[in-house]
Design a protein around this ligand. Structure first.
Ligand code: DSN
Length: 435
């Protein structure tokens, strides 16, 4: 980064401080990961200069022959990774991908059914402050408060809600749900009420690609994802179409009168519906990340991510922590801190002082606001990329517990910070910080 260092030392210094923060701290934010040098290099290229509105072979600009190659590679690899026939790799983010789904499936005011944000759902699944809740009639299903399914989705209740509301679309997917989904049951409910089934697999895409969680591609009509979480690519989004869904609405192409395919509708919803020019440097980085995920080593990584999460959940529970649903099936856990006498906000701040990064998170049936919260969410994807295994995560739980037990004891926090640094030095991350 010699050019940046001499031409803009201020931005350079901030970037270096952030790289140092990533190198020296324990990253437990469940939606974050560390990309490879190859992914970073692909993003930092002259492909950022290129306008390429349209699709490979059908662009609105000249000079697209090489970015076409890159986008074709990204599409081929994504199709191979998820075993699907069609994909659009252009959404700038998961939220953009999701917006294209709404634009394709619903008219403003239409009813859809999604997982309540306060129970682990996502902002773009109908939150009243998001376009999805502002433009459409969002209704929710949630998790159980108690009983054998406490903290989990009861599919009978989802069916009852769907029969009562007759939604035009049912969404699955979450940002803080520690259990896997029963896609078959969701599809059967969607078929019963004539709804489109959409899965947002942003959190678990990498684990699904590796074959370690249930596969939504065989049941959902539309699947969206981000590319940066468990999938370990650059920040971005993507839309995929499942096995059997090409012609849902009978919308026709204006000139030919031919019924449009679902894939055509989604392509037009991304561009020109939602976006202008795609970010070709990011699409190149997506292609690189998908190539990495097709390698056998990615399966090993995904298995280790799950084993680490399971070990971490057991270690927390052994120390008396209350985990929503009593554990995890995936890469994350949601910890209800009410029995520990600390809010999510204070826990996040105290852990931050010890260079352990988590995010405060509401727990189902929370009595505190989203700015305070009763819980924290933690996950294993990022630190598993650094090479940590089960026993290391048990050590991480000890460090987290020491801080949460004595958040105001500067000596304890300083001692943990030292152990965090030592642990991180055993598992180096990026070696390109130039002081
Ligand atoms: N904001 C992301 C998360 O942290 O889960 C979801 O998009």
């Amino acid at each position: 980064m010699d050019h940046l260092k001499s031409s803009d030392p201020e931005v350079y210094a901030s970037i270096q401080r952030e790289v140092e923060r990533q190198n020296d701290g324990i990253e437990l934010i469940a939606s974050e990961n560390f990309v490879s040098r190859a992914v970073l290099e692909a993003m930092g290229t002259a492909l950022t200069n290129k306008y390429a509105e349209g699709l490979p072979g059908k662009r609105y600009y000249g000079g697209c022959q090489f970015v076409d190659e890159v986008e074709d590679l990204a599409r081929e690899r994504a199709r191979a990774l998820f075993g699907c026939d069609w994909v659009n790799v252009q959404p700038h983010s998961g939220a953009s991908a999701n917006a294209a789904v709404y634009l394709t499936v619903l008219q403003p005011g239409d009813t859809f059914l999604g997982l309540n944000l306060a129970h682990g759902g996502h902002l773009t699944h109908g939150s009243p402050v998001n376009f999805s809740g502002i433009l459409y009639n969002a209704e929710y299903y949630g998790v159980e408060a108690d009983g054998p399914l406490a903290g989990r989705i009861d599919m009978e209740r989802v069916r009852d809600r769907a029969l009562e509301l007759k939604p035009k679309m049912i969404s699955i997917g979450a940002s803080a749900y520690p259990r896997d989904f029963d896609y078959e049951a969701f599809r059967s409910i969607a078929d019963e009420v004539g709804a489109i089934l959409w899965m947002d697999m942003a959190h678990t895409a990498g684990l699904i690609a590796a074959g370690e969680l249930n596969d939504p591609m065989r049941h959902a009509h539309i699947v969206t994802t981000t590319t940066h979480k468990t999938l370990r690519g650059p920040r971005g989004g993507m839309i995929l179409v499942g096995d059997d869904f090409e012609n849902p609405f009978g919308k026709v192409a204006p000139k030919s009168g031919r019924t449009k395919m679902m894939s055509e509708l989604l392509d037009s919803a991304v561009f020109p519906g939602m976006q202008g020019g795609p970010l070709m440097h990011v699409i190149a980085a997506k292609a690189v990340a998908f190539g990495e995920a097709l390698d056998e080593s990615f399966k090993d990584y995904s298995i280790q991510t799950l084993q680490n999460a399971s070990a971490m959940a057991d270690a927390f529970m052994a120390k008396g922590y209350d985990l929503v649903s009593n554990g995890t099936d995936n890469h994350l856990m949601l910890i209800d801190l009410r029995n520990k006498g600390i809010t999510g906000k204070d826990a996040e701040a105290a852990l931050g002082m010890a260079e352990i990064t988590v995010n405060k998170n509401m727990v189902p049936f929370d009595d505190k606001s989203p700015f305070v919260t009763s819980g924290i969410r933690v996950g294993t994807p990022a630190m598993t990329t650094r090479g940590l295994e089960e026993e290391d995560f048990v050590e991480v739980v000890e460090l987290v517990d020491a801080v949460i037990t004595s958040p105001n004891d500067e000596g304890v926090v300083a001692g943990v910070r030292e152990r965090v640094r030592e642990l991180c030095s055993r598992y180096p991350l990026y070696d390109f910080v130039v002081p």
